[in-house]
Design a binder for this molecule. Structure first.
Ligand SMILES: *[C@@H]1O[C@H](CO)[C@@H](O)[C@H](O)[C@H]1NC(C)=O
Ligand SMILES: *[C@@H]1O[C@H](CO)[C@@H](O)[C@H](O)[C@H]1NC(C)=O
Ligand SMILES: *[C@@H]1O[C@H](CO)[C@@H](O)[C@H](O)[C@H]1NC(C)=O
Ligand SMILES: *[C@@H]1O[C@H](CO)[C@@H](O)[C@H](O)[C@H]1NC(C)=O
Ligand SMILES: *[C@@H]1O[C@H](CO)[C@@H](O)[C@H](O)[C@H]1NC(C)=O
Ligand SMILES: *[C@@H]1O[C@H](CO)[C@@H](O)[C@H](O)[C@H]1NC(C)=O
Length: 799
């Protein structure tokens, strides 16, 4: 990498010099009029109306063997990149015509003269013009635009174009098929800008995978002349940047919702024909949204970023690739997102055990198909997991991770391969010489279909690097300092969320009578399940939620419901009715750790140790057990609930996305509770899972010594802050001072010392010094050595 950068250093400087030199060009338009009575015919002579500069042309462009599109395209680029089309889903026949009739209509007719389409406008049409910014307009006598392509975008926007409320871009099906595809970019009437999947083949919205969260404030998307793309409020304030990759004027620019669901800002050098051109002529992406689509989509319905049974991975060019797992082959080679089918017949369910010998397991590391599971086993071995899938005719794939085994059924959805996924997929395939193999069985290795041949594929390494820098800059605009709660996905057999009505919950809580507690998200009441006397539940009434998006609420809730671990409080159901949002959790008879920890008599040592283990395992699961990370952000005794046998269960996880935007997005809005929040919240540092490690460290100390971290009324000045005091005692080898007359703990001095050391590591000021929760768990268990922790106190006193 270093070498490449060095060899590129020279042109990079030139390029930046260029950037500095160039001033914004005037957007004044010159054009020639296309007069009434003019027409074009779809034929091989490529007739078109060009803009005065020749950059853009309007006319018929041939696609495929026999079809034509009425389109606007970049005319000086050899690929003739299409930026707008009138009839993407119905290619036109040869001989079709477009006419500016003498009586002032703008018509598209088939070869027999039958009308296919006409531009809708009111007023008297006087002329048409192809402008130099790529806008094709129909204008009246007094040069008022009656209709323009910029107001009716397909999948592309150009500099000087805006997207106003109620407009959308529709991705095409594939690189070469311009029909409506599977993704939308919608500037909603409510002000939110979203990227979503469709319920293909309709254009109905299915799953929102990216949004600016600007309900009530967003007004329009602007792509300005210098290459910035941003969302503004009505008063022109910029709310959100989609791209800040400013480009000099000798680059063509385009922003397209491409068929793979990524909205890309790309550039192309204008001087591609000249000999002085340093850059290979190709579109290069400067800002992709979202940065990794493979991990962005986790939809209950629909197939995810790739087709069913397929998996998505991000290539080195930052573009997603859809591939079929071993034993599967692509359904439609012309449609990369069409999904994969098994190449052979499936296992017989008549005699599965006998049949099992005919099947084998292929491994794929870091691979998962979240949400397709029908059974979940914990604390099992990989061999057991293989065996249980081979022996089950319905099991197509098993996922093994951290002693968990999930059986998956067809069709598999939301497939992804990424280092952050962890674990491995165990894919059931027929044995090589098995008689079950179908005709295509030679395809058993990865029937790859890479999303290649892209017109917009970056060709120039140099340009890509320049633009990568710009992308990184753009990316920072999007990284908000807030907890990233993406959907975790595990499902336990038979565990499905119940959808309650508000009446039912009002009834079951006796009119919200018995309050169990107040949390950051609302009040919790005790309830009893409608038809099950004695089956208690905790009903949380959520407040301060995002106004918009019932779907988003339900998606989040479903994700929380799927997060299932014995050290996490299980969500049982929810209510989403009118303005009411409630969550129904399992009831914890012994309430929270806070109710016991600081009281008298204290918990015995053994219980405290068990609780410390429980919380660390639950957190480890939130951080690593799911395919995507959940940062809890508010670990404290009040959020650790205890069941009948005093098992610790973490509550209140996964809710951050539901909070109203002004609670999660402000840079000053610290989430968490005083005394437990990590120092990076107060500094200009990214918030990572290490904030939970910090809070856990404080909690662990409190758990070990049965007192609050901060006790201003303490008689001894040295012991006001537990963390400081614990470090002093640890350093002076006088930990026994801290536990006074706790006999059990005194007899377990080795463990106590180890736990204190772990806690001191957890509360290091520098997040990178703190261990991961996995390491913490291992250290607590004694599975790995704990080294001597440095002094964390320098910072603690500063809170
Ligand atoms: C029209 O365009 C096609 C493909 O770009 C090209 O092969 C053909 O020669 C062009 N015809 C004319 C008359 O320019
Ligand atoms: C185009 O037509 C309009 C209306 O007839 C006229 O005012 C204008 O001057 C024409 N422009 C050019 C460049 O011919
Ligand atoms: C494009 O895809 C649609 C839907 O799958 C299909 O009906 C149509 O035939 C395709 N068009 C071309 C030109 O391949
Ligand atoms: C413009 O509108 C936004 C959103 O509605 C608001 O936050 C901002 O304060 C306004 N700015 C000015 C200068 O009025
Ligand atoms: C485009 O927007 C950027 C960012 O707001 C601004 O700095 C630049 O001056 C704008 N360019 C034009 C031509 O308006
Ligand atoms: C497949 O071939 C191997 C070695 O030739 C043999 O041991 C095995 O029994 C065969 N399996 C089946 C299912 O025929």
């Amino acid at each position: 990498m270093k070498i490449i950068l060095q060899t590129l250093a020279l042109p990079l400087q030139c390029f930046l010099f260029f950037l500095a030199l160039l001033s914004h060009t005037s957007i004044a338009q010159t054009y020639r009029n296309i007069t009434l009575g003019s027409s074009l015919t779809a034929s091989n002579d490529n007739a078109s109306w060009t803009s005065p500069s020749g950059d853009f042309a309007f006319g018929f462009q041939q696609i495929g063997v026999e079809g034509f599109l009425l389109a606007v395209w970049f005319d000086k680029i050899p690929e003739k990149t299409i930026v707008w089309s009138a009839n993407p889903s119905n290619p036109l026949q040869r001989g079709s015509t477009v006419q500016l009739t003498k009586d002032g209509q703008f018509l598209l007719n088939d070869p027999n003269g039958l009308r296919i389409w006409s531009a809708p406008f009111s007023g008297i049409l006087s002329y048409a013009a192809m402008l130099d910014n790529g806008n094709f307009i129909l204008a009246s006598q007094d040069s008022v635009n009656l209709w323009e392509t910029f107001d009716n975008p397909t999948d592309t926007i150009l500099p000087t174009q805006t997207l106003s409320q109620g407009t959308q871009l529709v991705a095409r099906i594939s690189e070469t098929n311009y029909s409506n595809g599977r993704f939308l970019l919608v500037m909603r009437k409510n002000g939110n800008l979203v990227l979503c999947t469709t319920s293909f083949p309709t254009n109905q919205e299915n799953y929102v995978y990216w949004s600016t969260q600007t309900v009530g404030s967003g007004f329009q998307v602007v792509f300005n002349q210098s290459g910035y793309i941003f969302l503004t409020a009505k008063n022109n304030t910029i709310l959100n940047y989609l791209s800040t990759a400013a480009s000099p004027s000798d680059f063509y620019q385009i922003a397209v919702l491409e068929y793979d669901g990524v909205f890309r800002h790309s550039v192309y050098p204008k001087s591609s024909g000249s000999s002085t051109n340093r850059w290979s002529a190709a579109w290069s992406t400067v800002a992709p949204i979202p940065p990794n689509i493979c991990l962005s989509i986790m939809s209950d319905t629909g197939s995810g970023a790739c087709g069913f049974n397929s998996y998505c991975s991000l290539g080195s060019d930052q573009r997603p690739t859809c591939q079929c797992p071993p034993g599967y082959t692509i359904i439609d080679p012309n449609d990369e997102l069409s999904g994969c089918r098994p190449t052979s017949v499936s296992q017989s369910c008549d005699e599965p055990s006998q049949d099992a010998d005919l099947f084998d397991i292929r491994e794929m590391p870091n691979t998962d198909w979240p949400l397709s599971d029908f059974a979940h086993y914990t604390q099992v071995t990989e061999d057991w997991c293989r065996g249980v899938c081979l022996g089950d005719c319905l099991c197509a794939v098993a996922i093994f991770r951290d002693g968990n085994c999930w059986k998956k059924k067809l069709p598999l959805s939301n497939g992804r391969v990424d280092a952050s996924v962890g674990g491995k997929a165990l894919i059931k395939v027929p044995k090589e010489n098995s008689t079950l193999q179908g005709p295509n069985s030679n395809n058993i290795d990865h029937s790859t279909l890479i999303l290649t041949g892209s017109v917009l594929l970056g060709g120039s390494v140099f340009l890509n690097i320049v633009l990568l820098l710009a992308t990184v800059r753009a990316y920072f605009y999007f990284s908000k300092r807030r907890s990233k709660v993406l959907q975790p996905y595990t499902v336990t057999l038979g565990m499905s969320l119940q959808n309650f009505t508000y009446m039912e919950l009002e009834h079951s809580t006796n009119g919200f009578k018995e309050e169990l507690g107040q949390g950051a998200f609302g009040t919790v009441y005790k309830g009893e399940l409608p038809n099950k006397k004695g089956d208690f539940v905790a009903v949380k009434k959520l407040e301060k939620l995002v106004k918009e998006g019932e779907r988003e609420f339900e998606t989040e809730v479903l994700a929380i419901g799927r997060t299932n671990h014995k050290n996490l409080v299980q969500l049982l159901g929810f209510c989403n009715e009118g303005q009411h949002r409630l969550l129904v959790y399992e009831f914890m008879s012994n309430r929270s750790l806070a109710d016991f920890l600081f009281g008298n008599p204290r918990f015995n040592w053994c219980t405290r140790v068990q609780i410390a283990f429980g919380v660390s395992r639950g957190l480890c699961y939130l951080h690593e057990g799911c395919s995507t990370q959940t940062i809890h952000c508010d670990i404290k005794p009040q959020n650790i609930l205890l069941d009948d046998s005093f098992n610790a269960k973490i509550s209140d996880f996964g809710l951050a996305k539901l909070l109203s935007t002004n609670q999660t997005q402000t840079t000053t809005g610290i989430r968490g509770t005083k005394g437990y929040v990590a120092p990076e919240w107060f500094k200009n540092m990214p918030i990572t899972i290490k904030v939970d490690v910090y809070s856990y460290g404080i909690l662990l100390l409190e758990l070990l010594f049965c007192r609050k971290n901060f006790e201003p009324m303490s008689s001894d000045e040295n012991s006001v802050i537990l963390a400081d005091w614990a470090y002093d005692c640890y350093k002076n080898k006088r930990l026994s001072l801290l536990i006074e007359n706790d006999e059990d703990a005194l007899h377990d001095m080795k463990r106590l010392e180890r736990f204190v050391m772990v806690a001191l590591w957890c509360i290091q000021e520098d997040p990178s010094l703190r261990p991961t929760m996995r390491k913490v768990t291992q250290m607590l268990e004694g599975a790995v050595e704990v080294s001597a922790p440095p002094d964390p106190s320098s910072f603690i006193s500063s809170i």
